[in-house]
Design a protein. Structure first.
Length: 365
């Protein structure tokens, strides 16, 4: 793709334009980066609720009696242990033990699973899965026909429950089939903001109805549409990894701080390499930084006594914490909480300190 004319549009494109969104290219789509402003949108999610169009994300369907076992061999986390109505975060990993993508797997029925993958990785992930999937399992890439709308924030449950009362009974990382806005959908209590919230999967032709119904239901609760800008500041405060920044096919789960997703007492692709990496310990680790005197950005050098020792993977000013925050890969010995480092911003080494993450937790702090 060489220009905006080649970009795809989600079923909610017209809604974004009508709301005055600033549209930008992202993962092959024209997506809203902001509406009323990144800080205002960020604060709306933390204090009330926000509505996100995530229809660019990928959705894979797996059906068949062996679907669960097949996914358990492909994903690092305990997929075999999922009950119907449960979801779990995990990693697609390579034979080398590196990260192909981070995903969420939802068990919708005894022999029916949904996997959500990152937008930029849909084709790559589909090829990765197809090449390794048991032929008895039916695989369907439903990404182009599925819309995804997320509602996140402390008032998300109240807003969604006006349309789907049963949403109140859904546990964190629970998932269910549901009727919404006159059609069939799948609702999960998952998200990428650090807040309570839900993700709603529907056919493309129902997306606008769902969006309009949720906007109307949340009108008196301070619900705002939220763009990719605030989505990034929210996820960084919550210390969620972003593919292409914190994780990619050159990183392994141990150095990325995602070893907790790896069930090493089962057999999955790359398991032995990951176990070996855990045993020897990583040369580098992802560290959370608070930066004093500037805003760190992706790619900025991290220094110690004037020498470059690492790179920032993500950085921003965190509206909820009131500080400049960042994630960076640094030598393992320098990743300890309290270590004094610096970030090179415009040729100046700005002081930074390694801190515990997440930077922000639900309820404040």
């Amino acid at each position: 793709m060489t220009g905006a004319e080649a970009l795809r549009r989600t079923p909610l494109y017209e809604r974004h334009v009508a709301l005055g969104a600033k549209m930008v290219p992202f993962a092959g789509y024209e997506m809203p980066i902001q509406y009323s402003g990144i800080v205002a949108e960020h604060r709306a999610v933390r204090s009330a609720a926000g509505l996100f169009d995530l229809s660019h994300m990928g959705e894979f369907s797996f059906t068949g009696r062996e679907a669960g076992a097949a996914l358990d061999r492909l994903v690092s986390s305990d997929i075999a242990g999922l009950d119907v109505g449960e979801a779990r975060y995990g990693l697609l990993t390579s034979e080398r033990g590196t990260i192909v993508d981070d995903v969420i797997v939802y068990r919708l029925a005894t022999d029916r699973y949904l996997m959500v993958v990152n937008a930029a990785n849909i084709e790559k992930d589909a090829a990765h899965v197809r090449a390794r999937l048991d032929p008895s399992v039916r695989f369907d890439d439903a990404s182009r026909s599925t819309a995804l709308v997320a509602i996140q924030g402390p008032k998300a449950e109240d807003v969604l429950a006006r349309l789907v009362p049963a949403a109140r009974d859904l546990a964190p990382f629970g998932v269910m089939d549901a009727k919404i806005a006159g059609g069939d959908g799948v609702i999960a209590r998952t998200g990428y903001t650090g807040e309570d919230g839900f993700e709603v999967f529907v056919r493309d032709d129902l997306a606008a109805k769902v969006w309009d119904a949720l906007m109307a239901a949340g009108r008196d609760d301070g619900l705002l549409p939220i763009g990719l800008g605030a989505r990034d500041t929210l996820r960084l405060e919550a210390r969620f990894s972003l593919y292409g920044n914190e994780i990619d096919e050159t990183t392994d789960p141990i150095e990325a701080g995602l070893g907790w997703t790896c069930k090493l007492d089962k057999d999955f692709l790359g398991r032995d390499a990951i176990a070996a990496a855990k045993e020897r310990g990583p040369d580098r680790r992802i560290a959370g930084l608070v930066v004093d005197g500037g805003v760190a950005r992706h790619g900025h050098a991290v220094t110690k006594d004037g020498e470059v020792v690492g790179r920032v993977t993500s950085g921003t000013f965190g509206p909820s914490v009131g500080r400049s925050i960042a994630l960076a890969y640094v030598p393992a010995a320098l990743a300890k909480v309290g270590t004094a480092l610096a970030v090179r911003i415009r040729d100046r080494d700005v002081p930074a300190t390694v801190v515990r993450t997440p930077f922000w937790k639900r309820g404040g702090g």
